[in-house]
Design a protein around this ligand. Sequence first.
Ligand SMILES: C[S@@+](CC[C@H](N)C(=O)[O-])C[C@H]1O[C@@H](n2cnc3c(N)ncnc32)[C@H](O)[C@@H]1O
Length: 265
Amino acid sequence: MGEEDGPVQGLDASKPNIARVYDFWLGGKNNFAADRELATRLAQWYPPWMQACQDNRAFVGRAVTWAAGHGIGQFLDLGAGLPTSPAVHDVARAVSPGARVCYVDSDPVVVRHADALLAGPEGIAAAQADLTEPGVVWDDPQVRAVIEPGEPVCLIFALVLHFLDIERARRVVAGYRSAAAPGSVFVVSVGRIDDPQMWRQFREAYTAGVAHNHDRAEVLSLLDGLDVVPPGLALAHAWRAGMTVVPDTPPGPAYVLGGVAVKRM
Ligand SMILES: C[S@@+](CC[C@H](N)C(=O)[O-])C[C@H]1O[C@@H](n2cnc3c(N)ncnc32)[C@H](O)[C@@H]1O
């Protein structure tokens, strides 16, 4: 990531940033020294966390494949993060070539990158918006350019709802639930640390944002009012749509939980 084109609005390279720290964990190049320093320090405490981030991307891919295979033709990636490969539209279009995708993020630099690297082909857009305001997101002109509100949509909340306290996260998902057309699919993944000491250490050190450590019951409650697809809320690396039983022993004290659910009525 560079500043060759002059200062970029919203970019402060001196402070760790949520999207860039995560980009480093995924092996990306869109990060600065401050991001790398924090990401490296945290990963040194628990090296398998880098794999957990890859597991999250793979989970999102399987969930998107499942949704596209069940007839969903439009995808709203909320808290989309910096572009990574495969992108959601690559996965969706492998199943459904006409799939439309809008990448939404509150970080202007993320949206600038998404606009430059992902948007362009017909049916793919990037929007800068705060996902905690579902009404604003639905009405955003970039979102409206590719998402038809009357049609079922796949709403992706991947590794983002742990930046909200659980009450707020529930309210936000419920806001999308009431607005989404029947048949819409909700994809949720959340980071979890079981070890209280590791969690305390992480929370104090993670200066990119304010993180919350939702437990399984809390994460599952985000899907209240929806039909949860088997295997239900699961370890992200183990989740396979339709399987009733999947391995359920966490690989260690920190991991990603994932689940997919459908709005029936
Ligand atoms: C850890 S990254 C996850 C990226 C991607 N969803 C994934 O799972 O690979 C979290 C992203 O959510 C964005 N984000 C955080 N809070 C947000 C909010 N209130 N509205 C929109 N985006 C938000 C951050 O800017 C960041 O890009």
